[in-house]
Design a protein around this ligand. Sequence first.
Ligand SMILES: [Zn+2]
Length: 69
Amino acid sequence: MLNDSEQKVIIRDGEVICPRCGESLTPEDLEGFSACPYCNYVFPRTRELEDFIVSQAVRQWVRHQQFPG
Ligand SMILES: [Zn+2]
């Protein structure tokens, strides 16, 4: 059973799972506000989360550059 004080942000391929409401969020959802749009849970700005947001943005940019149109 999960302890409230140990809510863990789950980061998996391409999405982040909100520890409060369980919705899967995209990097775009968190890029501006770092809060869940469904329940307003504020994600801690960990290095892991920052890296995820940046890496996803880069990946989309690279894909766009390699496969235009
Ligand atoms: Zn949420």
